[in-house]
Design a binder for this molecule. Structure first.
Ligand SMILES: [Zn+2]
Length: 305
């Protein structure tokens, strides 16, 4: 695939994913969380790749309609950026200005050649996850969830709510589904609709994971459901993990059987999630970025093998 690149000079090294939004901070809640690290990709208007402007706007409208009242219930006002289509960059952003909770998706993300509607929904859901994803959050009073948790929230809550009114069996029937995805979703869920929702979620995850892999120019194999990360972190990693770890997180969120309407909690890992802390084995936050609060029992370690 041919990418267009902007100049290579002077892009800052980003060690953490959420940065203070302004050098003139007056409110500790002002922070900026991105979809992926600073990159050099550029897909300007006129390329006619990926999604159309109408499709891009449709996804943003869906999220606005589905989550406006939920954000209000949490004390915020959801502000979805409407003037970002012309931006050529591949990235998306979540930030807060006072009680206004912003989400912006640069147009180049939608014009990424392999982007799909569901892939873009997952992008927006990741950004929403910074606002609504709960524990673990950045240790800086922003009350915004860290990168891995935003990914986990995206498939466990946000995508399911977006897909709740759809005929997901019909949607999945038009997809080429990885056999491992079908096997695990059928193992975790019992009805045709919930299995299909799991599969649709997982396949959107693969689309976005490959976009992330190509955007960040990782010198690794493409992310795959067959090659989850074996590395285990010794403490919670707050930044952007590699695309394989992010696929693992998206997939585990898809596989967790907890109801989408059960909220996550800002102080505890268990509410609304599958968690090792509670003894869950499937659908938990992966260890490639997450370290459980309490020592894992021998029973769980044995089951994970
Ligand atoms: Zn992010």
């Amino acid at each position: 695939m041919t990418h267009l690149f902007t100049s290579r000079q002077a892009l800052p090294v980003v060690l953490t994913a959420c940065l203070l939004y302004s050098p003139f901070i007056t409110d500790v809640s002002d922070a900026l969380c991105d979809l992926l690290p600073a990159n050099y990709l550029s897909f300007p208007v006129g390329l006619n790749t990926g999604l159309s402007e109408a499709e891009y706007n449709q996804v943003l409208d869906e999220v606005d309609a589905t989550f406006g009242s939920e954000v209000a219930n949490h004390g915020g006002k959801l502000m979805i950026g409407r003037r970002q289509w012309d931006k050529p960059e591949v990235n998306a952003h979540a930030f807060r200005k006072g009680h206004r909770w912003h989400i912006e998706v640069d147009g180049g993300t939608a014009r990424f050649p392999s982007m799909t509607m569901d892939g873009l929904r997952l992008v927006v859901c990741h950004e929403l996850g910074h606002h609504l994803g709960g524990y673990p959050q950045y240790d800086d009073n922003t009350k915004m969830s860290i990168e891995g948790q935003a990914d986990y929230y995206a498939t466990l809550k946000c995508m399911r709510k977006l897909f709740s009114g759809d005929d997901n069996v019909a949607a999945v029937s038009r997809m080429t589904v990885h056999p491992l995805v079908r096997e695990k979703c059928e193992m975790q869920f019992t009805t045709d609709q919930t299995r299909a929702l799991c599969i649709r979620n997982a396949m959107a995850s693969e689309v976005l994971a490959i976009v992330l892999h190509e955007s960040t120019h990782e010198h690794t194999l493409k992310p795959s459901f067959e090659t989850p990360v074996a590395r285990v972190v010794s403490s919670i990693f707050e930044g952007h993990s590699n695309s394989q770890c992010r696929l693992d997180t998206f997939f585990n969120g898809s596989l967790c059987g907890v109801d989408a309407n059960e909220d996550m909690n800002s102080a505890q890992p268990e509410p609304g999630t599958c968690s090792e802390e509670r003894g869950d084995v499937h659908g938990v936050r992966p260890r490639c970025w997450y370290k459980p609060l309490k020592p894992t029992s021998h029973r769980i370690i044995a089951a994970l093998r």
